[in-house]
Design a protein around this ligand. Structure first.
Ligand code: NAD
Ligand code: UFG
Length: 334
């Protein structure tokens, strides 16, 4: 048994990962400032798993003394670092906020870890770090960093920070997980993604239109060089993402230094295919219209997920249909 400190553990991906960790016999300690989540989520994690969750309200940027106390009070074996801001459009408007929260917050976390001799960390990165210099399928040997927005650059900088840390001290052990497009929710309908205001991402938007809470989905572009003219993404069930973290945690001790893995399905799905699958699986109509291309969108993004399979034994299990059913169940409960 070992204890994992989960930053951002009441958020969308963090909460699902907490469930998987508890179900696999780990103890967890959640640290979150609730800027994009609610403390109630911890109770829901307990309800799903029947296990206790230790929860601390703590901001990685401003509550450094509290963070130090948390490391003092608990015997922590490894950290999973989900805490961060994640909106591309918001990061373009408020770059300082993004650099501060995502980079400075991570620096504070690393300082506390170093002080308390906890040197194993799994970090939430994004497929966005591959940028525009390579083409799908993206694999981990491809260059990173040619990113067009501040959010993506914060992920790139933190990846490099971990590389430098591992070069400076061989006891650091870092797994970087580059998520493709996580969607769906826990089967219980108790936890899922709760975007504030009008969502930027496709699946939450589809769900809100299907629920009658938003009027029409605008499909951004219909003239891409893809079979149906709409953009292609690698959608992966959030439970698969969570399971990928458990595989990374059990694999981390066999690794040394910094290692990056894609978490994707290796399968591309177009915007129209996702809408059609959602309509079929939920029997709900999603009213759509075509609009202009969204600035910065890459036409085709999907993973080569072989490395995670070969080295961590992780393979995504769930298909688009289940992602749609689970996303809709969560929407109906929200
Ligand atoms: P989320 O917003 O649902 O969860 C992030 C959690 O971190 C929230 O609970 C928030 O309150 C907390 N948090 C933010 N800043 C904090 C701080 N300074 N101190 C303490 N807590 C803080 O987001 P998510 O979708 O669960 O994403 C988790 C991580 O995965 C993020 O780092 C995100 O950038 C990354 N990621 C997400 C996606 C995606 O599509 N959801 C894709 C690639 C990477
Ligand atoms: N889309 C629409 N209409 C919408 C929303 C999205 O047509 O209202 C389209 C987009 O143009 C894109 C696809 O749906 O073609 C997926 O868009 P998302 O915003 O859901 O996802 P992205 O792939 O653009 O971005 C996601 C995360 C980013 C992350 C990136 C990494 O939101 O944080 O994946 O690949 F950086």
């Amino acid at each position: 048994m070992s204890t994992v400190l989960v930053t951002g553990g009441t958020g969308y991906i963090g909460s699902h990962t907490c469930v998987e960790l508890l179900n696999n016999g780990y103890d967890i300690i959640i640290v979150d400032n609730f800027c994009n989540s609610s403390p109630d989520v911890a109770g829901r994690i307990e309800q799903i798993t029947g296990k206790k969750v230790k929860l601390y309200k703590c901001d990685l940027c401003y509550d450094v003394e509290k963070l130090d106390e948390i490391f003092k009070e608990n015997k922590i074996d490894a950290v999973m670092h989900f805490a961060g801001l994640k909106s591309v459009s918001e990061s373009i408007k408020f770059p300082i906020l993004y650099y501060e929260n995502n980079v400075f917050g991570t620096v504070n976390l690393c300082k506390a870890m170093e002080k308390h001799n906890v040197k194993k960390i799994i970090f939430s990165s994004s497929a966005t770090v591959y940028g525009t210099s390579s083409f799908a399928p993206y694999d981990e040997t491809m260059p990173i960093g040619d990113v067009s927005n501040p959010y993506g650059r914060t992920k790139y900088i933190v990846e490099k920070l971990f590389e430098d840390l591992c070069n400076s001290d061989a006891l650091w052990n870092v797994v970087i997980l580059r998520y493709f497009n996580p969607i769906g929710a826990h089967e219980s309908g108790l936890i899922g993604e709760s975007p504030k205001g009008i969502p930027n991402n496709l699946m939450p938007y589809i769900s809100l239109v299907a629920a009658g809470k938003l009027d029409t989905l605008t499909i951004f572009g219909k003239d891409y060089d893809t079979p149906d003219g709409t953009c292609i993404r690698d959608y992966i069930h959030v439970i698969d993402i969570a399971k990928g973290h458990v595989c990374a945690l059990s694999g981390i001790t066999k690794l040394s230094g910094v290692n990056a893995y894609n978490l994707g399905t290796s399968k591309g799905t177009s915007v129209l295919e996702l809408i059609n699958a959602f309509q079929k699986m939920t029997s709900r109509k999603v009213r759509c219209t075509f609009g202009e291309r969204r600035k910065g969108d890459i036409p085709v993004v999907y993973a080569n997920a072989d490395k995670a399979y070969k080295e961590l034994g992780f393979k995504a299990e769930y298909g688009i249909e289940k992602m749609c059913i689970d996303a809709w169940r969560w929407q109906c409960n929200s």
